[in-house]
Design a protein around this ligand. Structure first.
Ligand SMILES: [Zn+2]
Length: 426
């Protein structure tokens, strides 16, 4: 074979690679999304037949009159002022840094409050970092035990031990209050647990309210929260321990596969709440949650069309086990958003919005009723995990852009060489 032919072959292979790369991204990212849209529209119309209601006025009880009155009353008894007070309570304990007194007080308070309506277990674990022992604890509060299927609602309760993003250089090494980053998710979960435990519905699911330790002490901008800690230590310990000691967590008829969804609340109480699409999250679970939010009128908080970002958070360990997860989180790294106090001393009660606490709590309640209610026959609440391509589409796009660039470079190099060769004899 001539050298020229080999070169053309290489160019052809590269161009085919580029085409396959781009089309597979389109196929795996966009095509399932279109299919899902159709599926979810069909599902929502089934929901509407069972619970017709109108999105124009989501707060008026009368517009929900065709909903089961008891269910409606319960959903509407969600009290964002309670939630706000529970955030204030956590801040009153002090900084909930793993292994600290304030953390212990917070753990006792969460478990004693949750014991009013759930069975509470505390799972201690020790992290050894720099030859020092850190005693951490995860808390699992279970409601409606004895079912095969499990729904998990989770938040981290630790607060970060440094404020590496604070504009004031002299305050960067001091702990933050974590009103939003930590406390908001915990408080919303506690209110949801109170309501679910009061519902008359005969749920087919166990509800687990999971309060995680040691999420927020990893390395950022050159500062660790705690020395040599990784992010999400509590959840990664938990999933490993669930695998090695399943009997400590599951009843005889359950396993890790019994977890039908894992919904994580992280920074849910800031002003102008707007959640992102997250790529480790289950695409159809995420889409359904956002559609419910839109349906009850919260279109700004739950944008249906948005870029997807990849976030390392407490759901990832569960997602890696094939469990459908959803991370409800804001674009916290963007300084242009209204709530831009991530890992600063501005993460305090002043920047907590009761309106946001209402939006997330009510949407979560409606989502639970519209997704897991036993009367929803014909609706499957089995959500999928993201495919490799959905989870990694951003990297795939980057790789194919790289291949295009290399392809163009080689093409032009060959072209210029050929021109030189044809001109040489003259
Ligand atoms: Zn954080």
């Amino acid at each position: 074979m001539e050298i020229k032919n080999i070169k053309s072959c290489i160019v052809a292979i590269l161009l085919t690679g580029i085409l396959i790369g781009n089309f597979s991204t389109l196929y795996f990212k966009v095509y399932p999304f279109l299919l899902q849209n159709e599926k979810i529209h069909a599902q929502l119309s089934i929901v509407e037949q069972n619970y017709p209601f109108y999105s124009q006025n989501p707060n008026s009880a009368s517009s929900f009159s065709t909903l089961n009155e008891e269910d409606l009353l319960l959903i509407n008894s969600y009290n964002e002022s309670n939630v706000y007070d529970m955030i204030a309570q956590q801040i009153d304990f002090g900084y909930r840094i793993p292994s600290s007194n304030a953390s212990d007080q917070c753990i006792s308070w969460i478990s004693s409050t949750m014991k009013n309506f759930t069975n509470v277990s505390i799972y201690p674990f020790t992290l050894i970092r720099n030859q020092k022992e850190w005693l951490c604890k995860n808390i699992i509060a279970k409601y409606n035990e004895g079912k095969d299927k499990i729904l998990i609602f989770a938040a981290h309760f630790d607060s970060r031990a440094v404020a590496e993003k604070d504009p004031d250089e002299s305050r960067k090494d001091f702990p933050i209050e974590g009103a939003n980053d930590g406390a908001s998710g915990v408080a919303v979960l506690m209110e949801i647990a109170r309501l679910i435990s009061q519902s008359e519905v005969k749920w087919d699911y166990e509800f687990w309210f999971l309060f995680l330790d040691a999420e927020d002490q990893g390395l950022s901008l050159g500062r660790y929260g705690l020395p040599n800690f990784s992010w999400c230590e509590g959840s990664s310990y938990l999933v490993n321990d669930m695998k090695s000691h399943p009997d400590n967590y599951f009843s005889a008829n359950q396993s890790l596969n019994s977890i039908k969804s894992f919904i994580l609340l992280d920074m849910v109480g800031g002003e102008d709440l707007e959640f992102i699409h997250e790529s480790h999250s289950s695409p159809d679970l995420q889409d359904r949650f956002f559609k419910v939010g839109n349906h009850i009128g919260y279109t700004q908080t739950f944008p249906l069309e948005a870029n997807s970002y990849s976030i390392l958070d407490d759901h990832v360990s569960f997602s890696r086990e094939g469990i459908p997860t959803l991370d409800l989180i804001i674009k916290f790294w963007d300084p242009s958003i209204t709530w831009s106090y991530h890992h600063t001393h501005g993460d305090n009660l002043e920047h907590i919005s009761k309106e946001s606490l209402k939006i997330i709590g009510k949407t979560l309640m409606y989502f639970i009723y519209f997704t897991y209610h036993p009367s929803l026959e014909g609706f499957s609440a089995d959500f999928s995990s993201p495919s490799f391509f959905q989870e990694n589409w951003q990297s795939l796009v980057l790789i194919s852009v790289g291949i295009i660039a290399i392809g163009i470079y080689i093409f032009f190099r060959m072209h210029t060489k050929r021109i030189k060769i044809t001109r040489m004899p003259s």
